[in-house]
Design a protein around this ligand. Structure first.
Ligand code: ATP
Length: 227
């Protein structure tokens, strides 16, 4: 049976840490379709610097040559705050009751999980895969450690004979890149070569994103809404 892997984020902008990580996880899982899901209004962080449309376009450019990696704008089409639980409910409907569904996140997201909307039901809908991330060695809060007791598995293969319900931490090659670091570098005029797909970098340049001229970015978003 194939798997469906969902990877949500702000992708502001999408970078090597996102794409290489998700490709490594896909290789590990084998037969898998990957969906990258940019959020509209993130629940736990400031509004992204680039418009939803620009973040969507950058994602599409970043995966243009990737087999079985798709960009899904479901959260951008939904009104209001983007809740992962709503996205996973949609995917559960798509893959059916017995379809294997996995949701991928970095450890920095994991440690905030207990503040997510209806977080306890996430494993009713999907397995959770947590990527270790450079600079993020926070221990899981007590409530999550307790929750893990009945859910954690050591090897993702242990998720392969069920459709949801397990949590697994993955120590793959860690990629020391963050979108906030890249936004800062771009604003300072420093090179981000190697960490951002060249097509994405062209888009960032063409649209003058992350230069600190945030009003221009917002105007771009407004213009694109009408395109
Ligand atoms: P920012 O620096 O603005 O917080 P980010 O680089 O964390 O952004 P997001 O789009 O917010 O990027 O991340 C989406 C998901 O990808 C999150 O679950 C995050 O933990 C994970 N992620 C991002 N970068 C990496 C990385 N280098 N390694 C592993 N996971 C990552």
């Amino acid at each position: 049976m194939n798997s469906t892997l969902v990877f949500g984020g702000t992708f502001d902008p999408v970078h090597r840490g996102h794409i290489e990580s998700v490709c490594a996880v896909a290789r590990l899982l084998g037969d898998v379709d990957v969906y990258l899901v940019p959020c509209q209004i993130p629940a736990h962080r400031p509004v992204p610097a680039a418009s939803p449309e620009a973040r969507l376009k950058m994602l599409q450019l970043a995966v243009a040559n990737q087999d079985r990696i798709f960009v899904d704008d479901c959260e951008l089409r939904r009104e209001g705050t983007s809740y992962t639980v709503d996205t996973l409910l949609g995917y559960r409907q798509r893959v059916g009751e017995s379809g294997r569904l996995l949701f991928l996140m970095g450890r920095d997201s994991w440690v905030t999980l207990s503040s997510w909307h209806r977080w306890e039901v996430l494993t009713d809908l999907a397995h959770l895969l947590i990527l270790e991330r450079p600079g993020t060695d926070q221990v899981s809060p007590g409530v999550l450690r307790e929750w893990l007791k009945t859910r954690q598995v050591q090897d993702p293969q242990e998720m392969m004979n069920s459709s949801s319900g397990k949590v697994c931490f993955l120590s793959l090659d860690q990629i020391d890149v963050s979108a906030s670091g890249l936004r800062e570098a771009i604003a300072k005029g420093s090179s981000v070569e190697g960490n951002v797909n060249p097509l994405v970098m062209n888009y960032i340049r063409q649209h003058n994103l992350y230069t600190g001229a945030s009003s221009e970015n917002k105007m771009l978003g407004k213009r694109m809404e009408h395109e």
